[in-house]
Design a protein around this ligand. Structure first.
Ligand code: SF4
Length: 370
């Protein structure tokens, strides 16, 4: 074990990223502040087993102290595979003629939400492509769910106007997930046709200003991404004080421009996950479906490296295959009947207890508002 590894680990764990973000905004950023990028790259690069063990152990300890030694469940519902966007890495991009499109009816969404509730889970995560669903249509569904159940509602339906976000918040939505994917304007443009990172940041600003518990994240290993990009994304995310952060390895989809690219490296993904825990101490971090969809299921490993959320899929089984952002998604075979056994098993292996509560944001700002 290198002495410099221990020192760097300590520096990254104690660094004030929110002040760092303010310095960038106020243009008081100095050369000394730049060394944090090198520190994070140094940790990301580690392949030494002892060093990685220590990194993950520290991340798990921070998770246990700040969030409790628990694994929280969120029920995932993929409500529409239509998308007007064309992210180069995604199988649902509008240019993919072979993608199978579907949209769940309001009744189907309510039925699936009932299944989630009956399973004891108190959060429904409604996810879709950017399908231009009228805001009022989704607002009615949100209101109906809220009138039936004491449940948290998370939306993940992409970039929309502030008015739409406000409409859904007023209807009762609690949380919103919108990955930054890359905070670097040039890399963002290489990954997304006709979109800018400025618009994405504007959406994240809107969501946080409206009081959503907000989540973001990125993929590890997308074409053109360097360790410096990852380090800067980690800094961007920590500086925004998000309530939730989700990352996962890039998995190439055969019907996208990135079909021949390599899958993201799992060691790098796990290192990034652990660093995200060091730098976002009391955020909710999912062990994403993507880490469960590689040559083996790495969700337990990622939980051991600081994650604390699993999102079992409650979409109707006949549509799951159609929500093909990337190929080989783990959840396609998961059965709702067996999910409790599987979740217990994952939590046990990760040394965590299963938590069925709503598990709202742990951030101070959230508790000041309620
Ligand atoms: S990542 Fe989301 S917005 Fe982009 S093409 Fe896929 S579904 Fe659409």
């Amino acid at each position: 074990m290198r002495k410099s590894f221990l020192k760097t680990l300590e520096r990254v764990s104690t660094y004030d990223f929110v002040t760092h973000a303010k310095k960038i905004k106020n243009k008081t950023f100095s050369d000394t502040d730049k060394t944090i990028v090198d520190d994070i790259v140094f940790l990301l690069k580690s392949t030494n087993l002892d060093e990685r063990f220590l990194l993950y152990k520290k991340a798990a300890q921070i998770r246990d102290t700040q969030c409790g030694k628990r694994m929280v469940l969120r029920g995932l519902l993929e409500i529409s595979s239509y998308c007007n966007n064309s992210c180069y890495y995604c199988g649902l991009n509008r240019k993919n003629q072979k993608a199978q499109r579907y949209k769940l009816s309001a009744q189907q969404i309510l039925d699936c939400t009932d299944t989630i509730w009956q399973a004891g889970i108190k959060t429904v995560v409604m996810q879709s492509g950017e399908d231009a669903m009228p805001a009022q249509e989704l607002a009615s569904i949100i209101k109906e769910i809220k009138s039936r159940y004491d449940m948290a509602i998370t939306l993940s339906v992409g970039e929309r106007s502030q008015k739409d976000y406000e409409c859904w918040k007023n209807a009762g939505a609690d949380r919103y997930l919108l990955r930054i994917e890359s905070s670097d304007p040039a890399l963002y443009a290489r990954l997304h046709a006709d979109r800018t990172v400025q618009t994405r940041i504007r959406c994240l600003d809107n969501l946080q200003e409206l009081g959503y518990q907000t989540g973001s994240g990125f993929m590890v290993g997308v074409p053109g991404q360097t360790l410096n990009h990852i380090a800067k994304d980690i800094i961007f995310i920590a500086g925004r004080n998000f309530d939730m952060v989700g990352i996962g390895p890039f998995i190439p989809h055969p019907q996208t421009p990135f079909k021949d690219a390599k899958t993201g490296d799992i060691t790098l993904t796990m290192n990034a996950e652990a660093i995200i825990r060091l730098t976002n101490k009391n955020a909710w971090l999912p062990a994403t479906t993507a880490v469960g969809s590689l040559e083996k299921d790495y969700r337990v490993d990622v939980l051991k490296a600081g994650a604390n959320v699993i999102m079992p899929n409650f979409s109707p089984t006949n549509v799951r295959k159609k929500y093909a952002i990337y190929p080989g998604k783990k959840c396609i075979q998961e059965s709702i009947e067996n999910y409790k056994t599987e979740m217990n098993d994952i939590a046990d292996k990760a040394g965590l207890f299963l938590d069925y509560s709503k598990a709202d944001s742990l951030k101070e700002a959230y508790y000041k508002k309620i």
